[in-house]
Ligand binder design. Structure first.
Ligand SMILES: [Zn+2]
Length: 344
């Protein structure tokens, strides 16, 4: 019996020393110290020990039981600490690291400028009219008072399609014809629209010119619309776009579809007119071409030019964006380089 007890003690300790997880620690406790554990059973069987040995055996058995209980408690603590350390290592979180930003995307700088323009023109009563990107030669040129072989056609280098007479629009102005015919109801209704969209030109791509770019056209048709209405409207726009004190000047110009025609400058909003890199030391920045709708164009849109008149203007959202952010190369806009796009 004595020998059996000592062997059990040695085995139990050795087994306990090899344990590395708390589940095994619990199983060990059950096996040796539980109600039906090996040590418990030995203590219960103490009655079979001869009387004279019983006291010594009982003492030793209790010592062993206590020693095993202590060893168990130490092992349990050790294993729990090891498990915690492993867990911390495996699931380590460095709380000092900065949080990771969620990539959210953003609006293209041209889209931002276009939306700003939509808002301003909407406040002034202009609705958006969407015209087509693919045009006929007739609408893009002839109906806008630019007949075939007219020298003014040289102003626009055109992308032709394989279908004769079908081209990519070189400007948003053909939308004027569509808007007049769609909304004018045979020349009986006034119109006030903006026509934004992409335009295409068969041009050498350089820092100053792209083969595709946005324009934002404006068109107002009514009775008794005069040049002063155009100037007042453009000035009101400039104050909304460039601030309450924005000064505007008009320069005579030429477009086949307006008469008279002019170009519109705003006083440089960066240097206040003193002259800087953005305004090329002129103090003024061009923001639009404009004019009174040519009688031939009114007629092609279905209006009687003796009763109706109107004005039109065109703006370049990319040029406006470049001036605003001092961007010196228009090619950045459509290269889809995130290093550029993410700055807006
Ligand atoms: Zn300037």
């Amino acid at each position: 019996m004595h020998q059996q007890l000592e062997t059990l003690y040695a085995e139990a300790l050795a087994e306990l020393d090899a344990i590395t997880d708390s589940q095994a620690v619990r199983a060990w406790e059950h096996k040796y110290l539980g109600q039906k554990g090996a040590v418990t059973l030995i203590l219960r069987g103490i009655g079979q020990i001869p009387k004279e040995e019983r006291a010594a055996f009982g003492k030793r058995a209790n010592e062993i039981k206590e020693a095993l209980a202590e060893a168990h408690a130490r092992r349990e603590t050790l294993v729990q600490e090891q498990e915690l350390a492993r867990d911390l290592e495996e699931n380590a979180v460095d709380v000092t690291l900065p949080g990771r930003a969620t990539p959210t995307g953003g609006l293209h700088p041209s889209t931002q400028t276009l939306r700003q323009l939509y808002d301003i023109w909407a406040e002034m009563g202009f609705q958006v009219y969407r015209s087509r990107d693919v045009e006929t030669d007739e609408t893009n040129f002839s109906l806008l008072n630019i007949p075939p072989h007219h020298p003014a056609r040289d102003m626009w280098d055109t992308f032709y399609t394989t279908t004769p007479g079908v081209i990519l629009r070189t400007h948003t102005s053909p939308g004027q014809i569509h808007a007049m015919r769609d909304l004018g109801q045979n020349g009986t209704q006034p119109i006030r629209v903006i026509l934004p969209g992409m335009c295409y030109r068969y041009e050498q791509v350089t820092a100053r010119s792209e083969m595709q770019f946005h324009q934002l056209e404006g068109l107002a048709i009514g009775r008794n619309i005069r040049m002063s209405d155009l100037k007042g409207t453009i000035s009101a726009f400039a104050r909304r776009m460039y601030g309450a004190n924005a000064a505007v000047r008009y320069r005579a110009s030429y477009f086949p579809f307006t008469e008279p025609s002019m170009e519109v400058d705003v006083e440089c909003f960066l240097c206040g007119g003193k002259g800087c890199r953005v305004c090329k030391y002129a103090g003024w920045i061009e923001i639009a071409g404009a004019g009174m709708v040519h009688p031939v164009v009114l007629q092609n849109g279905g209006y009687d030019p003796t009763e109706w008149s109107g004005f039109a203007f065109g703006m370049g959202p990319e040029r406006m964006t470049m001036n605003k952010h001092d961007i010196n190369d228009i090619r950045y806009f459509w290269q889809n380089d995130l290093r550029f796009l993410e700055q807006f």
